[in-house]
Structure formats: C-alpha cells, structure tokens
Write a protein that binds this ligand. Structure first.
Ligand SMILES: Cc1cc2nc3c(=O)[nH]c(=O)nc-3n(C[C@H](O)[C@H](O)[C@H](O)COP(=O)(O)OP(=O)(O)OC[C@H]3O[C@@H](n4cnc5c(N)ncnc54)[C@H](O)[C@@H]3O)c2cc1C
Length: 481
C-alpha cells in the first residue's frame, strides 16, 4: 500500500545531525563549534544514546595491553609521564569525560585517560545537554527521521515525524548517527546487515546475516563491596580479571579504596550451571554502594535483530526478566549482594545491525595490524569485542596495540552530502568489534562534525573536502588522528 504525506517546512540548516546518541552529540557540538548552523534530531527526550541511557562504559582512551604488568608499566606509567604517547582518544570526548571526573560525576580507571570510565547517568546526560547548549546546537527531541530528500544522488534534507506531524528540514550536509544507519538506508546507500557470506565462511559468524547479541548494563544499589572483596580474596577462583579492563584483584581493591573505578568479573558457573550464567561483570560508580552489572541475561540474545521491531519488543520483556533472575542468583550465592536492589534497567541494547558500504571498508586485519592511513581521523585501543572470537584471530597477538580509522569509512557509496558516524561505519563485522566502543564513536562523531562544517564553509561536499586540512583542524582542536 502506498501513502501520500504532506510535510510542513520546519527550517533549513547547514548541518543536520540525525540521532543524538554517542556519536551524534559530538558531531553536533563539533559542527556548531566550527560555526555551522546545526540541528540535532533525537527520537527520545534525552541525549547520549547508549552512552547515557544505555549505561555503556566509556572505553578505551588509551592503548590496550592484555597483561596486567605490561599494561602497568607500558601504558599506565606513561599516562602519568607522557600521556600523548599512549592515549588514543582526546578532543571533545576527553573534554566531556574530564569535565565529569573533575566534578566527581564519573569514575575512571587510573584517571580520566585510562581504560574505563563510568558515570552518574543523570549527570552524564546533563553535561552533554550543557555542551550542546553552550556550542549553539539546536536540539529537536521526540522527533524521528522517517524520510530523506534527495536531488539525484545528493541528500538535501530529511523528513521527520513528531507531535506536529511530518516536517521537512533542509540541510547542506546530513550526518547519520542513528546507530543503525537509518538515514543512509533511507537515502539508498548500500549496506550489509550483520555478517557477510564471506565473514560466515571465515568463522566470524555461524551464518550470513548473524548479528551480535542483545544485552543490557543495569544498575544496582546496596552492594557491600567490602564484604564482596573479602569473599573474593578467600575464593580466588570466583574472581575473573576483566578482559579489557585488565586489573588483578589487588588492583581492583586498591582502586576502589582510592575512590577510582574498578572493573572485574565474578565467576558464577558453580552456582548456576544449568542457567548458563558464566560470569557477571561489575563496574563501580561514584556512589560507593552502587554498581553497573553486565551479564548474559537476555533469552533472545542469540537471535538478535535490532531491525526487527517484534523481536526487539520481545527481547525488551525477556531482558527485564533475565536481569531479575541474574540478580536473584547473585543475592543467593555471592556475599555482598544480599541486599542489592535494581535501580535502573536500560532498554534492550543493540550491538550490531547495518554496516554501510563506504569508500573504504575497514578490515579486521587493518585493525589488528594497526595500519595507519593517510586519511586517518580517529584512533582506537579497544580489543575486538565480538563473541566468540574466530580461530584465525585468537592466535594474533592482541597484547599491546592501537589502530587507526580512515575518514572514508564514514562516506557511503553512491550518495552525496551524507556522512555516517558511530556504530554502523563501513567496517567488517570483526573490525567493528573494535570501532563500535563509545570512545571511538565520540571521536568519529567529532571528525564527522568538523568535516561537515568544513564542507559547508568551503561550499564543497564531504567527499571533496581536503582531508589533510580536516586532519590538521582536528589536531588543532586537540583530537588524536
Ligand atoms: C549492552 C551493551 C553494552 C555495551 N558496553 C560498552 C562498554 O562498556 N564500553 C564501550 O565502549 N562500548 C560499549 N557498548 C557499545 C557502545 O555503547 C555503542 O556501540 C555506541 O554507544 C554506539 O554509538 P552510536 O552513536 O552509534 O549509537 P547510539 O549511542 O545508540 O545513538 C543512536 C541515537 O540515535 C537515536 N535514533 C535512532 N534512530 C533514530 C531516528 N530514526 N531518528 C532520530 N533519532 C534516532 C537513538 O535514540 C540514539 O539516541 C555496549 C553496547 C551494548 C549494546
């Protein structure tokens, strides 16, 4: 069935950023600070997406080292002496995190440039709102992008739907930061969903189209950390080092006592073998008895499809149920958890849907080999966060590394005047396991925002701007490229 709609004019902007989440906020702030008249469109009533509403951690500002001792002397000590040597993300993302850590609204492992940062959710949203306001970004909440206007291959604006009905918004450049490449798909840009045939054949997925599992990071109070640490000291088999946070139990306890961030896992296999809860990840928060927990508590995790509304809706219920079952297991079996109370469960967390096909497709080998690019606009230090890791990658030395992300991964093929930043950039499934973490999304958002403003200022398109000038501007603004 075909419908005809009438859209009323809403306004025209230099840069329209669609999706006010992790990448979108930083894209909008960056574009506005460069002088572009910028509109940020967000379907919910708040900003930050997975970064705030989803409770994801901010990982990683520094290079990664698998080994605690090597990490301590080659990364953490360097952070104190010469941070620029080991830091992989600075710029706007660092400004945001520093602002929160300095005022006690967030905790970081080893300060603001370390490995993990977790925040007070309400404050994390508020600081973003303030930064958007201070930069002069107009934010349109409760508004969903539903159509794209094009003249031949060139995007000229978007149509949105909100309480006013349908509204048409003109844009010199559009940035898609919806997390699912909704705008790119509406514009007719090519994309793949989940794993490709080739990725399935090489062990990156069981079958083509497979997407990463749903999940949630939920918040509890009344966790007695002192009692939990005593239990873990007496039962060392129950402590499991966090695979990306790299902290021994003693590091964890020292960090907690210093009022810093600590990350670790608790082995639950013995207590609930039938339910398959292998372990739960624990992240402390500025409130001393509060923590974020991540456990495999979604029954639908294995058939995840974030583009299937019915499946997402079923998963939303099952996830709420699963967190309660998991919390029950912890209360019953792990000292320290006896009196915990769930205080917040985010919506179902979607890890993977569309990957656009862009001017360059970042491969897992590019990431693992730390390949540098002439048009690199962001760096990362996150290991491959895909489950399970394919065999060919398991043997690669993931011990100490940084990788680079080229500008071209944000430029979809066949469409002009559109940039895509955040989770759905043009990267293979394996590579996006390292590029989808929050710090990389923020850095890519910043790069997209500066690029869009530059295109407007110079009357060019994102594909024709001088990328070396973009890199120079990002460096000038404090980013790492
Ligand atoms: C359970 C889970 C745990 C995670 N844990 C970590 C972690 O510990 N550390 C880490 O670094 N990363 C983590 N990640 C990954 C990381 O959080 C995400 O990959 C990243 O935040 C994605 O950023 P984004 O900007 O692409 O999307 P999002 O932050 O999801 O933002 C997308 C925004 O667009 C809006 N939107 C969507 N569609 C439309 C539309 N059509 N119109 C208008 N607005 C729209 C949404 O409301 C949202 O605000 C986790 C992810 C999950 C799911």
């Amino acid at each position: 069935m075909k419908y005809q709609i009438e859209a009323q004019p809403f306004g025209a902007y230099d840069v329209v950023v669609c999706g006010g989440g992790t990448a979108g906020c930083f894209a909008a702030i960056a574009a506005a600070r460069e002088g572009a008249k910028t509109l940020l469109i967000e379907r919910s009533f708040t900003v930050g997406g997975m970064l705030t509403v989803g409770e994801a951690g901010i990982t990683k500002f520094s290079e990664h080292c698998r080994d605690v001792d090597v990490y301590k002397c080659e990364v953490l000590d360097e952070l104190g002496r010469a941070p620029k040597k080991v830091q992989v993300v600075r710029g706007l993302a660092h400004e945001y995190v520093k602002r929160m850590i300095d005022s006690g609204m967030a905790l970081g492992t080893h300060g603001e440039a370390g490995s993990y940062v977790f925040t007070d959710k309400a404050e994390a949203q508020w600081v973003l709102m303030q930064m958007l306001q201070e930069s002069g970004v107009e934010v349109l909440y409760d508004t969903r992008v539903v159509l794209v206007n094009k003249k031949e291959d060139t995007v000229t604006g978007v149509v949105v739907c909100n309480k006013e009905g349908f509204c048409e918004i003109g844009a010199r450049v559009v940035i898609d930061t919806t997390g699912d490449a909704d705008v790119a798909a509406l514009a007719g840009a090519p994309f793949v969903v989940g794993a490709t045939e080739e990725e399935a054949a090489t062990g990156f997925a069981k079958e083509a189209g497979e997407m990463q599992q749903f999940g949630t990071m939920y918040r509890v109070r009344n966790l007695d950390f002192a009692r939990l640490f005593d239990y873990l000291r007496e039962n060392p088999d129950c402590f499991v080092e966090h695979q990306f946070g790299v902290m021994s139990l003693e590091n964890v306890i020292e960090s907690y006592q210093r009022g810093e961030m600590c990350v670790f896992r608790i082995n639950l296999k013995e207590h609930s073998p039938d339910r398959g809860y292998g372990y739960v990840q624990v992240y402390n928060l500025p409130e001393r008895d509060e923590a974020i927990l991540l456990g495999p508590c979604c029954a639908d995790a294995k058939n995840a499809n974030g583009l299937d509304s019915r499946r997402v809706s079923i998963a939303q219920y099952n996830l709420q149920r699963g967190t309660r079952i998991l919390t029950g297991v912890l209360k019953e079996h792990v000292p320290g958890f006896e009196n915990v109370r769930i205080t917040y469960i985010p919506d179902v967390g979607v890890r993977e849907t569309r990957h656009i096909v862009g001017e360059y497709r970042l491969s897992v080998i590019d990431v693992l080999s730390g390949k540098d690019f002439e048009d690199s606009v962001a760096c990362g230090g996150h290991p491959l966060d895909i489950h399970p890791l394919p065999k060919e990658v398991e043997n690669v030395d993931l011990n100490h590394w940084r990788f680079h992300i080229p500008y071209r991964v944000m430029l979809p093929l066949n469409v002009e005047n559109l940039l895509v930043a955040g989770r759905p950039i043009s990267a293979s499934r394996g590579a996006s396991g390292a590029t989808r973490p929050t710090a990389q999304c923020m850095a890519l958002g910043e790069a997209a925002g500066v690029a869009a403003a530059m295109a407007v200022k110079e009357n060019k398109t994102p594909k024709t701007i001088d990328v070396q000038a973009l890199r120079a501007r990002l460096l000038e603004n404090g980013a790492i490229v």
